[in-house]
Ligand binder design. Sequence first.
Ligand SMILES: [Fe+2]
Ligand SMILES: [Fe+2]
Length: 272
Amino acid sequence: MVKVNHALSIFNEPDVFRKIAKLRKYSTEILEQDQANTLDSGFMPARDAEMVHPKFHPAKPGFSTALGQARMLHDLASIELQAMELGLRTLTEFADAPLAFKEELLQITLSESVHLEMCLMEIEKLGSKWGDWPVHQSLFRATSEKDSLLDRILIVHRYLEGSGLDAGDTLFRRLALIDCASVKKAVQQITTDEIGHVEFGSRWYRKICDLNKIDPNIDFSERMDKLMVQLPQRLEPVAVDLRRLAGFSEEEIIYLQELRLRKLGPQQQPAR
Ligand SMILES: [Fe+2]
Ligand SMILES: [Fe+2]
């Protein structure tokens, strides 16, 4: 009997609503997949919105307008969509990972589908729709078929989702000045859930290090240094309290703060 590759059928589904429905429909089959399926080099999931490099995206209107809020949520939806697909990517490429890891990751992947759906609904309430702006896939591009499981956990949950906590913190402070209760509620819900996603990454990063007899306190900076070439730059200030809640050690937080200062360059560093 030919086995159906449910993960691939989800990646290749362009319609965002059908993609969510398929993930939910086939979640048990995805969890029970026993053979790893590595994606081809350079593989990118299908989209029903125009794909454009972020450098060429149109200027963002201010948050005080409905259009500006919808645009922010559209950018966020594109991130949630990639987070959902990144969870699926790990589940299918590391089908031989510990079952407890996969079970937790499946719940996170489904939670990304809820975040995505929330953003899509809020965008429509504001009078816009998915596809009104271009999207990018720079988060998905940060992963590779050559990643080890430790690389993948560090990239997706501790770096990309961790950076999302930093960005969410800044975003929430900007939204505080604006009268948009429904949007704020959605962003607050997403940020709260994301702390759990990053904490999952911190906890499993250490567990997988232990299983491989690797010292996580030495490995973190070494692996981050190695992976930086494939990761998008993140320049938001490190949200120290949220990072602590998400399982980052003080040494790891200092590493991230220094990394940011190195990327900002000497002119923009605060005076000492
Ligand atoms: Fe999310
Ligand atoms: Fe997440």
